[in-house]
Design a protein around this ligand. Structure first.
Ligand code: PLP
Length: 321
């Protein structure tokens, strides 16, 4: 079980240690000053190359076990971090795993695709994003017909339960440092941001949370995140009104040519963080989030902020894709 005195949820212990919070002084200097810059190192979670999906999986996998599941099924792109973490959790729990991935099989798998194979997941390829849901349903039906008990994990584990892991993560952060004025992080299926926003509210923090979109338009993602937030209170046994009126802020100006397509700003972010801090960002998510943070610092957006925290959500395996 994890949680504070006021709530707790069944938990598979994948995220064993609090992740470090570090200063980014050399990056701050390279940007010509600005607010105190901090990073929360969820890229340093020890399980299966870490990242935000490990936190979510610790709760979601516990639910799968509680429901008597004998197979985990999920979907994503060929280089999905979430798929890799699902395959890793399945391996650790001794369960088979089916991944429905859109894209084409690589002759020599790289990055997450290589890890999926090493982890023993069965990978079923589909042509595009639209083909994923029917293929997942077909796989689940197939197993049920054999008398098995599949557990389907939605894209990115961005359910209220997955998001609740970030409510806990904010409590972890609060125990480490005073509340930062701003948190900036990558957002895509929305669960991470939903949990961080809800977690800040629960911890009584007035921190501004800015999600930098990896693909979706701000309006769409903000609506999705609100819906996830609305599902969290019943899990924590708190009144739904507790999370009414929370501000959800998504910035979609750094998507560029689309999901996974590099921009000049994302390339600069990767090199600058590596060269100033030996901090590795991934091309699809964290590089674009950092590009957004850098642009805002240069534009003086945070000149009244005392401290800005970049929540590193992992994905560095993508550098080797
Ligand atoms: C490395 C990384 N960062 C950020 C995200 C975005 O998190 P979420 O899907 O919870 O919005 C993802 C997954 O989509 C990811 O793999």
């Amino acid at each position: 079980m994890i949680g504070s005195a006021s709530w707790s949820l069944p938990h598979v212990p994948l995220d064993l240690q609090p992740t470090p919070v570090e200063e980014l002084n050399r990056l701050r200097d390279a940007l010509g000053g600005g607010p105190r810059l901090l990073v929360k190192r969820d890229d340093a979670l020890t399980f299966a190359f870490g990242g935000n999906k490990v936190r979510k999986m610790s709760l979601v996998a516990a639910d799968a076990i509680a429901q008597g599941a004998d197979t985990l099924i999920t979907s994503g792109g060929v280089q999905s971090n979430h798929a890799r973490v699902t395959a890793a959790a399945a391996a650790k729990l001794g369960l088979p795993c089916i991944l429905v991935l859109n894209g084409t099989p690589q002759e020599r798998p790289t990055g997450n695709a290589l890890l999926d194979r090493l982890l023993g997941a069965e990978v079923r390829y589909v042509a595009d994003r639209a083909a994923r849901a029917p293929a997942v349903e077909a796989a689940a039906d197939e197993l049920r017909e054999q008398g098995r008990r599949p557990y389907v994990i939605p894209i990115g584990a961005s359910t209220p339960l997955g998001a609740a892991a970030f409510v806990h993560a904010v409590a972890e952060l609060r125990a480490q440092i005073d509340p930062p004025d701003v948190i900036v992080h990558s957002t895509s299926s929305g669960g991470t941001q939903a949990g961080i926003v809800a977690g800040c509210a629960l911890a009584g923090m007035t921190t501004r949370v800015i999600g930098i979109s990896a693909d979706e338009a701000s309006a769409v993602l903000e609506r999705d995140i609100r819906a996830i937030i609305d599902g969290i209170p019943p899990l924590l046994g708190i009144p739904v009104e507790r999370f009414a009126d929370l501000r959800v802020e998504v910035d979609d100006r750094f998507v560029g040519g689309g999901y996974g397509v590099a921009t000049n700003e994302s390339r600069e972010a990767i090199e600058l963080c590596a060269r100033t801090e030996a901090l590795f960002l991934d091309p699809t998510y964290t590089a674009k989030a950092m590009a957004g943070l850098i642009a805002r610092i240069r534009a003086g957006d945070f000149k009244n902020a005392g401290s800005v925290l970049f929540w590193h959500t992992g994905g560095q395996v993508g550098l080797f894709a």
